[in-house]
Design a protein around this ligand. Structure first.
Ligand SMILES: Nc1ncnc2c1ncn2[C@@H]1O[C@H](COP(=O)(O)OP(=O)(O)OP(=O)(O)O)[C@@H](O)[C@H]1O
Ligand SMILES: [Mg+2]
Length: 358
């Protein structure tokens, strides 16, 4: 089972620029969480703080119970081995082909033989649909392929915590869905704790068990997906619907005058930029048939039952509904017959298609 990640009152500044303050949250072990927030709110800085690449000036970050803001360098080195990280830019070594890029953590951190390494690397390249591209340099492949190579590399050490920074950026909507499915399937297979930083609203609505949002130097909320997805908070609603109308502006936060001006424009018939008004909750993606049942989903059910009374009414209602339906949606494995049928008919094509890249 993946390990728990907990932050307590963490605050980060660069010089006089405060990025965020008093961020306290728990990524429950083995669950999938997502962190949303407008560009520049410090999501990537938060990810880097979780692995100790950046040091907050206040607060604690507990990884599996160890506070990495105070532990020794040696301990931090050991803790880092628990992580698989996909950085926003992929962070591949430009002069190494994909095979060597993906093999790098294994050569660096383990004493495995080259034949063992080859087996693991090819397995991860297969998982991310990159078989055939292993000899290519990062500069010779598409942006989407680079992302997936970064993900393959993040997986080679069988991490207990997986951090992915905008896995969908540079991917088309179909590839994004395949990638979402891949993240859910990886979670089902290795029960790792996953944090996805994303701007992608479809992904945020359909993938994570828990969602949080950073805005104006604060963690606006963090909790079970139902809380954010039913929230009436203006900044959350604006973000989920991608509209210009609301507190989020192009650069800094907006003032009242600008908000009134924009509202008047929209009232007069000007487009607010959002493609659709989506309200409420859509079903969560499930692991592909044939995968193990996601243990994180089972544990989460217990957890949300316990904290239910502390949540807003709309979230409680949504959770109750999902618990009622859980027998035939999230938790129950597909029947063996269904699984066999699905495997025979479409799983091969799915894997094959995700491999023929763009
Ligand atoms: N190493 C650094 N030194 C100084 N400032 C930094 C550093 N890294 C990030 N920042 C600043 O911190 C702020 C938050 O940056 P960050 O990259 O975390 O935003 P983000 O939420 O990930 O944005 P995006 O959605 O565009 O990726 C920015 O103002 C950025 O300039
Ligand atoms: Mg970022």
């Amino acid at each position: 089972m993946g390990v728990e990640v907990r932050t307590e009152g963490v605050t980060k500044s660069f010089g006089s620029q405060r990025i965020w303050q008093d961020v306290s949250l728990t990524l429950p072990s083995g669950e999938v969480s997502a962190l949303l927030g407008p560009s520049g709110t410090g999501k990537s800085v938060f990810l880097k703080s979780l692995i100790g690449l950046l040091r907050p000036e206040r607060g604690s970050i507990f990884i599996d119970g160890v506070d990495i803001t105070t532990c020794s360098n040696k301990q931090l080195y050991e803790i880092r081995k628990l992580f698989g990280v996909l950085f926003q830019d992929g962070a591949l070594f430009g002069s190494m082909n994909l095979f060597d890029n993906v093999a790098f953590p294994l050569r660096e951190h383990t004493k495995k033989s080259e034949s063992e390494i080859r087996q693991i690397v090819m397995e991860k390249l297969e998982l991310t649909g990159l078989i055939g591209a292993e000899g290519k340099l990062p500069g010779e492949i598409s942006g989407g392929m680079r992302k997936r190579a970064g993900l393959a590399r993040a997986l080679v050490l069988d991490p207990q915590i997986i951090l992915v920074d905008e896995p969908d950026s540079g991917l088309d909507p179909v590839r994004t869905s395949y990638l979402s499915q891949l993240l859910i399937d990886i979670n089902a297979q290795i029960d790792a704790t996953i944090l996805i930083v994303t701007h992608n609203i479809n992904l945020a609505r359909s993938v994570p068990d828990n969602i949080g949002m950073l805005f104006r130097r604060q963690l606006v909320m963090f909790g079970p997906r139902e809380v954010l997805l039913t929230s009436e908070e203006p900044v959350v609603k604006q973000f989920l619907n991608g509209r210009m109308i609301g507190p989020i502006g192009m650069s800094e936060e907006k003032d009242e005058t600008q908000m009134a001006r924009e509202q008047a424009l929209v009232d007069a018939g000007h487009h607010h930029g959002g493609a659709e008004e989506v309200e409420g909750i859509i079903p969560q993606m499930r692991a592909t048939p044939g995968m193990p049942v996601r243990q994180g989903v089972l544990r989460r059910q217990e957890r949300v039952r316990e904290i239910m009374h502390t949540l807003p009414h709309a979230a409680q209602a949504a959770i109750r509904e999902s618990l009622d339906q859980s027998d035939d949606t999230q938790v129950m494995a597909y029947s063996t017959a269904d699984t066999e049928k699905f495997r025979a008919q479409s799983y091969d094509t799915t894997v094959h298609q995700s491999r023929t890249d763009g």
